[in-house]
Design a protein around this ligand. Structure first.
Ligand code: C2E
Ligand code: CA
Ligand code: CA
Length: 467
């Protein structure tokens, strides 16, 4: 039984790609939409003058698709824009190849050349998306390209066959336009590779020169007390200033640099916990550390963690490792084995971004977890979206039935906090309380809250005394 199947929501992949890449993709989509509109209008007029109304209808559809794709791009819905534009172009180009652009011994077919350029385009636009988009679209385009490029496939008796002179001119313009599109796609790919290589070598230097710092986001209990924190890494770049993890963790993961970075984060977190143990205001805090899939899959992950824990002298129960659902679906037995070994030594586990992946209830039950973390995408529209309400409620009751605590992340308003609290979620993390803070500010925040709580306690004790 899938607990989250219907509710599953993918994390925005945009977070994984650079701003420059997004700008280039946006430009490519806008240019593509404009091209679709111009081509649709041009052929629409051409066929209208010859009173061929079926192709005119197709051209009107093409213009509509171009406008829809441009609007979606403008609104930032790049995936929807890509699916709309590429899907429509695939069918229109195949349709043209079958009914209008049939090769003869004197004039070759040329419309299918767009399929090659658009296949490459699909590969670029769907980078980081699910396999059926990332591979399905390019494969469909390339197969159609091979079929139309290698055969006379088509409807020889079609009433819409283009006149020979039009096809000769069309061959030139189709070939030039498809090569221009291909060059543009290759340029974007090359620019991405260059940017990625530059980031990777900067990141390598950052690891060697220790350019990272940890920020701490408070995790709050029902009474407004700080119960712990999540450690979030930042890169202090000597020229570019502070770079958020969303911008460099993906490159660190692809390049394997996440291993030394993750190791640094874990060591730093344990050192911090040991320091906190000396102060009554911070001694009871737990610290959550994000673990990447690459790190967790290391055969000696358990030994690495335990070595750091033992060397630092931290109480393992204060440390909580955050894993994401997607990390847990492959090689379940290995995952359970590693988690169980660490849990036996006292280390806790929280399931991060819960609800965005696909967890089966039966196997969730087997994972030695301590906590579920409701993903911020469900908290954001909690009060206005009934689906998000239902998901949050489901996660809470799932936690209750599995005996796990539940924390909500991305809590930004009192309304969200109150709803969560009324529905059984009693731990919170989000901007409502605090952004992730540098260590000194985090400790000041915690001491303030600790002081407030202590000031309230005697008052509460006095007011509870019989008159
Ligand atoms: P995450 O683990 O889901 O962390 C929560 C992110 O949400 C943090 O972004 C945090 O600043 C942000 N956030 C917290 N409260 C709110 C809120 O109320 N509203 C909104 N809109 N956002 C909120 P940040 O620090 O940029 O981290 C992004 C991601 O980078 C993290 O997502 C995590 O996946 C990754 N990351 C951060 N530190 C590490 C690390 O040490 N190791 C690994 N492997 N990944 C890390
Ligand atoms: Ca996290
Ligand atoms: Ca999260």
């Amino acid at each position: 039984m899938s607990s989250q199947g219907a509710a599953a929501r993918s994390k925005p992949h945009n977070a994984r790609v650079s701003d420059k890449h997004l700008r280039r993709v946006r430009m490519l989509l806008l240019l593509g939409s404009a091209l679709v509109i111009v081509i649709g209008l041009g052929w629409g007029v051409f066929f209208a003058m010859r009173a061929k109304w079926v192709p005119v209808g197709v051209d009107v559809l093409l213009v509509g698709t171009g406008i829809a794709a441009a609007c979606l791009t403008h609104r930032g819905r790049l995936k929807a824009a890509s699916v709309t534009a590429l899907g429509a172009l695939f069918f229109v180009i195949c349709g043209i190849c079958i009914t209008m652009d049939i090769p003869t011994y004197t004039t070759p077919r040329s419309t299918h050349h767009f399929l090659l350029a658009l296949g490459a385009c699909a590969y670029l636009l769907f980078r980081g998306e699910s396999a059926w988009l990332r591979l399905g679209f390019p494969i469909a385009f390339f197969i159609a390209f091979i079929i139309f490029g290698s055969s006379f496939a088509g409807w020889a008796e079609s009433p819409y066959l283009l006149p020979a002179d039009v096809r000769v001119t069309g061959t030139w313009s189709n070939n030039i336009l498809s090569i221009v599109t291909l060059c543009l796609v290759l340029h974007i790919m090359q620019a991405d590779i260059t940017a990625r290589n530059a980031m990777e070598s900067d990141l390598r230097a950052a690891v060697a020169q220790d350019q990272f710092i940890l920020h701490f986001q408070p995790q709050m209990g029902e009474a407004g007390e700080v119960i712990g924190a999540e450690a979030l890494v930042r890169w202090l770049h000597p020229e570019r200033g502070m770079i958020p993890p969303g911008k460099f963790i993906p490159v660190a993961e692809e390049s394997g640099l996440i291993l030394p970075i993750g190791d640094w984060v874990l060591k730093k977190a344990c050192t911090q916990l040991v320091a906190w143990a000396q102060d009554p205001a911070t001694a009871g805090l737990t610290l959550a550390v994000n673990v990447s899939a690459h790190q967790f899959r290391q055969p000696d992950f358990v030994a690495q963690v335990m070595a750091i824990v033992e060397r630092s002298g931290v109480q393992p129960a204060r440390l909580k490792l955050e894993l994401t659902e997607s990390m847990l679906v492959k090689d379940v037995e290995d995952v359970i084995g590693k988690m169980s070994q660490l849990q036996a030594r006292g280390v806790g586990f929280s399931l991060d971004d819960f609800g965005t992946g696909y967890s089966s209830l039966s196997y969730l039950k087997r994972l030695p977890l301590d906590q579920l973390k409701i993903d911020q995408s469900f908290v954001r529209d909690l009060l206005s979206d009934p689906n998000d309400m239902a998901i949050a409620r489901t996660v809470v009751s799932l936690g209750q039935s599995l005996g796990l605590s539940v924390i909500a992340e991305g809590v930004e308003t009192e309304g969200q906090r109150n709803w969560l609290s009324a529905n059984g979620c009693h731990a919170f993390q989000g901007y409502l309380f605090s952004k992730p803070l540098p260590i000194a500010e985090f400790e000041a925040f915690t001491r303030r809250r600790h002081g407030d709580a202590q000031a309230q306690q005697p008052a509460a004790a006095v007011s509870a005394q019989p008159a």
